[in-house]
Design a protein around this ligand. Structure first.
Ligand code: SF4
Ligand code: SF4
Length: 458
């Protein structure tokens, strides 16, 4: 290991950031997410080292342009599409109102075709000719409208890159064959390593468990690479995250997520885990994924953590857009409900004030200029007083605006898991200091990516 390893983006002053490593600390240029790892004994000196500062100065415009483009230069290329308001489950923390999930609307085949045609026409006008938009059937539970969803996928097969996010309880062999034979990306949800834990947050309206049904689907999906399973972390499963990744690994799940529950609606706040306890359990689970990889040669990538690593080592290679300010809601993607209502993100669907118009009433182009959308797309971390000077602000982004709004009555505040984000960044930097970060990333994640800045000083 050399005394200093430098990589990233640069501009004015460097801030010292303790990463909890025995030998190294970080120097971070918060404005543009430049960082360097330096030996603790030389950190003070390197902070004003003329060679380092001179090299940063030369590359400054490249770094600034990169972060500026990521934050303000992207346009929508994906849509989260709810083909039904109904769900067969009644999860504790769902962001959709219960009345909607029990008795809501369902799109007919004609409405689905009309909606997808409208969206396609929009993306044709706004995206480069050789790019395909992504359309993710989302919930409520899209498989409750399976016949129409599958018919729409067949009709628009060449027009969209399709994904399906489902609770996994309605996936029979025929549905799995339809999805896997077309390479459709699939997301399932499971909250516990055992029925007892899963049942605490995910169950039917009559209280019946669904654990076995999801495991059955996971079993059928063995070998399929384009799928993931989401665990929503709550007080109910906090002590079982390590068992979760062990279970996923044993089922050959290629990618999982250990997502903090979004505290947007009151049901979710009732199971909000403590920030510090969450960080501890999460890091233990991550460590376990690394051991499992070493033992078996097979990775289980925790995608939400991998995204934080990418935010640090290759900001433009991020795959998820919650951890940047403004977040991706309303600017990289948007959400369409079963009534055709337009929201910046699915997380806002239960909040009528953030309805930006209706797809069936010609509202698509106009929605991006509505107050509902602009309040999200113009939420800049520099204007959140608690975050404006935070050294890790461009690795965190102060998510989530929906959560912050409902927790604090306005969006110019941070969300529920500030300390969790800081701890993730510290851990990422410790992994980089020890040369271990690739154990947590997809193989080949950096293929074709240029190195923007690298400097090693002995
Ligand atoms: S931070 Fe919240 S509103 Fe933004 S993309 Fe993520 S879930 Fe959606
Ligand atoms: S939420 Fe916390 S970690 Fe994130 S930018 Fe704000 S102060 Fe920093």
């Amino acid at each position: 290991m050399t005394d200093a390893t430098l990589s990233g983006n640069a501009r004015s002053s460097l801030v010292r950031f303790d990463i909890g490593h025995s030998e190294y600390e970080a120097l971070i240029e918060p404005d543009n997410a430049f960082w360097s790892l330096v030996h603790k004994s030389s950190a003070a000196e390197l902070r004003s080292d003329p060679e380092l500062l001179g090299k940063l100065e030369q590359s400054r415009s490249v770094f600034s342009d990169e972060i500026e483009h990521l934050r303000f230069g992207l346009t929508p290329s994906a849509v989260y599409f709810n083909p039904t308001e109904r769900c067969n489950l009644n999860c504790t923390y769902c962001y959709l109102p219960e009345q909607m999930r029990r008795h809501g609307d369902q799109m007919s085949k004609e409405q689905l075709v009309e909606a997808l045609s409208e969206l396609l026409e929009f993306f044709h006008r706004t995206m480069p000719e050789d790019a395909k938009p992504q359309l993710i059937f989302h919930g409520s539970e899209p498989m409750l409208n399976r016949a129409n969803v599958f018919a729409a996928i067949e009709q628009f097969e060449n027009d969209f890159i399709f994904g399906i996010q489902t609770n996994g309880t309605l996936l029979d062999s025929e549905a799995i064959e339809f999805i896997t034979s077309r390479g459709i990306s699939l997301g399932l949800s499971l909250d516990g390593p055992s029925p007892e834990i899963t049942d605490l947050t995910r169950h039917t309206f009559s209280g019946h468990g669904i654990h076995a049904r999801v495991l059955n689907a996971m079993d059928k999906l063995r070998g399929y690479q384009n799928y993931s399973v989401i665990t929503t972390v709550t007080t109910e499963n906090l002590d079982h995250l390590t068992e979760m990744v062990e279970l996923f690994h044993s089922f050959e799940v290629p990618t999982c997520m250990l997502n903090q529950v979004r505290c947007t609606l009151p049901g979710a706040r009732a199971v909000r885990p403590d920030d510090i306890a969450f960080s501890t359990a999460y890091l233990q689970a991550l460590e376990r994924t690394s051991v499992l990889y070493k033992e078996s040669g097979r990775k289980i990538v925790v995608a939400n953590f991998a995204n934080i690593i990418l935010a640090v080592v290759a900001p433009t290679a991020r795959r998820l857009m919650c951890d940047i300010s403004p977040c991706g809601g309303g600017r990289c993607f948007f959400a369409v409900t079963a009534k055709g209502d337009l929201f910046p993100c699915s997380e806002f669907i239960g909040l009528p004030d953030f309805n930006g118009g209706n797809l069936f009433k010609g509202g698509l182009d106009a929605c991006f200029d509505t107050e509902a959308f602009r309040s999200v797309t113009e939420r800049r971390i520099e204007e959140i007083s608690e975050c404006a000077l935070c050294p890790v602000r461009h690795f965190c982004g102060a998510p989530c605006p929906a959560e912050a709004h409902q927790l604090n009555g306005h969006m110019q505040s941070k969300g529920a898991f500030c300390e969790f984000y800081k701890e993730q960044v510290r851990y990422v930097m410790r992994l980089i200091a020890d040369g271990k970060e690739n154990d947590f990333l997809w193989d080949g994640w950096d293929e074709g990516l240029p190195t923007v800045f690298e400097m090693v000083k002995e």
